[in-house]
Design a binder for this molecule. Structure first.
Ligand SMILES: Nc1ncnc2c1ncn2[C@@H]1O[C@H](COP(=O)(O)OP(=O)(O)OP(=O)(O)O)[C@@H](O)[C@H]1O
Ligand SMILES: [Mg+2]
Length: 486
């Protein structure tokens, strides 16, 4: 029932599409021809007005020549047939000369018609342009059987000559002139239109078609490297667009490859986590048993081992949860930062109780009373990543004389707390600086994945804070974390 109107609309739309070409080239051709035709009209109007005045002036000159002969003779000396021939040769109906207030009819048809228009011939400078154009249009549109009176001063003699004539020959001459002008204009506009069209097509349309074609092809198969547009080296706006498009396509391909990489990695991590969780569960069981051994070292280390394994098991759970939800919302609680830093040192076996011979000196300068509201597990991971990087960087230096010191300190007011993790290592390599906090963007270390700092930055951001590398002259690296206190 309701299907008829849309059909109508469709066919109307199709009709419109047929009238106007869809491509830019066709539209350009039609537009160029229209503009040229319009320009020709503006040129045509004054030129047809000028043609009319010239035609009348020619008639006037012929009339003046005839009047010269007639005026010399007395009226009765001129036979009627000669007079008629002169009138038809000059295409006039009435010929009158006025001089010194006297009016003399030199020749007249038997019944000259009623005069409809008067045209005063004067020097071209005095002719008003607009008036002459409206008069020309009047002749073209209205002139048919009308009579016109042309008058003006004679060139060779004193006095004024008046000619009454039919307007039709003038109109016919003007029509044939208009036809010729129209044909020439049409030819010029087609020729110019084609030249403009072909030039613009080569200069603009073709390159634009190439650009849009490249976009279309690329959007269909962004993985195909051959579909990245090759800039032609033009220096104009199209050249700029080509370069930008090419750069965008390359960047997009890079981003897509990185996303694929991330997706693959995510899947791999989920799988590894899944199995790691089971292994950690067994390890936890075994380490529980260690506590029951009578050995004092086992008694001291076993609880640490249990805590560490439990923490690792928690991570595997949260990684799997992250894979599902896509975000880790911090579970804030009030904690002592000093204690958390000690946990980090313990996890890296940097503390004195670890039983490991220390390569790196650990300095915890955080006020033992400093409290902060944060997700303990996440803040632990942030500090662990920063501290582990520092330890790894300092471990890589083989010179034993070098001081290897990792210092964590914190300052703050009632709103914001600044935590600094500083080391005396070799500093961040230049190559790693640019994308330091981007996943996979900045690994300058053998065996590093380039994820540690990205994870740290993400967790800090989730707390509403920020992390940055401080650029100061002290040797080593110094990272600063700013966190809202609550
Ligand atoms: N304290 C530091 N001293 C020197 N270089 C550092 C330090 N911290 C980070 N870097 C440099 O920044 C890079 C990126 O660190 P990031 O923790 O993001 O990745 P990673 O340590 O390479 O790998 P992982 O994902 O295992 O942590 C490191 O490879 C290292 O080159
Ligand atoms: Mg790291």
């Amino acid at each position: 029932m309701s299907s008829a109107p849309p059909k109508d609309d469709d066919s109307r739309a199709a009709g419109r599409r047929q009238v106007l070409p869809r491509g830019l080239s066709g539209k350009l051709l039609i537009l160029t021809m229209l503009v040229i035709m319009l320009t020709e009209i503006f040129v045509f109007l004054p030129s047809v007005a000028n043609f009319r005045l010239t035609w009348l002036a020619d008639q006037f000159v012929t009339g003046e020549a005839a009047s010269l002969a007639l005026e010399r003779l007395r009226d009765e000396d001129v036979p009627d047939d000669v007079r008629d021939q002169l009138l038809s040769l000059t295409q006039t109906e009435l010929m009158v000369v006025r001089r010194d207030g006297a009016r003399r009819v030199l020749a007249t048809k038997a019944m000259p018609g009623q005069v409809a228009r008067h045209v005063q011939l004067a020097s071209p400078g005095r002719i008003q342009a607009v008036r002459s154009i409206t008069d020309a249009l009047d002749t073209l549109i209205m002139g048919g059987d009308r009579n016109i009176r042309v008058f003006g001063p004679m060139k060779k003699r004193n006095g004024t000559l008046e000619l009454v004539m039919k307007e039709k020959p003038l109109r016919d001459a003007m029509l044939s002139y208009a036809r010729n002008v129209l044909l020439i204009s049409l030819a010029i506009s087609i020729f110019t239109g084609l030249v403009v069209f072909l030039t613009l097509r080569a200069l603009l349309i073709r390159p634009m078609q190439r650009l849009s074609g490249a976009m279309l092809a690329f959007s269909k198969d962004p993985e195909d490297p051959s579909l990245v547009i090759e800039p032609t080296g033009r220096r104009d706006e199209i050249g700029v667009a080509e370069v930008q498009l090419s750069a965008m396509q390359k960047q997009l391909r890079g981003t897509m490859a990185q996303q694929r990489h991330l997706a693959d990695l995510g899947l791999a991590v989920s799988k590894i986590n899944h199995d790691l969780r089971n292994i950690l569960a067994s390890a936890s069981l075994f380490s529980d048993r260690l506590t029951s051994l009578p050995d004092p070292v086992a008694q001291r280390l076993a609880p640490r081992l249990v805590r560490t394994i439990d923490r690792a098991a928690d991570y595997t759970r949260s990684v799997l949860a992250y894979g599902k939800s896509g975000e880790a919302v911090p579970q804030r609680g009030l904690l002592r930062l000093h204690r958390l830093c000690e946990d980090v040192a313990e996890a890296l076996a940097l503390d004195d109780d670890s039983g490991v011979e220390q390569q790196v000196e650990w300095v915890n300068e955080v006020d033992p009373d400093l409290e902060i509201e944060a997700d303990a597990e996440q803040l632990f991971r942030v500090l662990l990543n920063l501290s582990r990087n520092a330890v790894q960087a300092m471990d890589s230096a083989s010179d034993d004389a070098l001081i290897k010191r990792l210092t964590i300190s914190a300052t703050g007011d009632k709103n914001i707390i600044q935590i600094q993790v500083a080391d005396t290592g070799p500093g961040i390599p230049d190559a790693a600086r640019e994308n330091l906090f981007t996943a996979f963007g900045a690994s300058g270390r053998n065996g590093g994945t380039g994820l540690g700092l990205a994870i740290a930055a993400e967790l800090v951001r989730a707390h509403g804070g920020s992390i940055c590398l401080l650029d100061d002259s002290a040797p080593g690296s110094r990272f600063e974390i700013k966190l809202p206190k609550s």
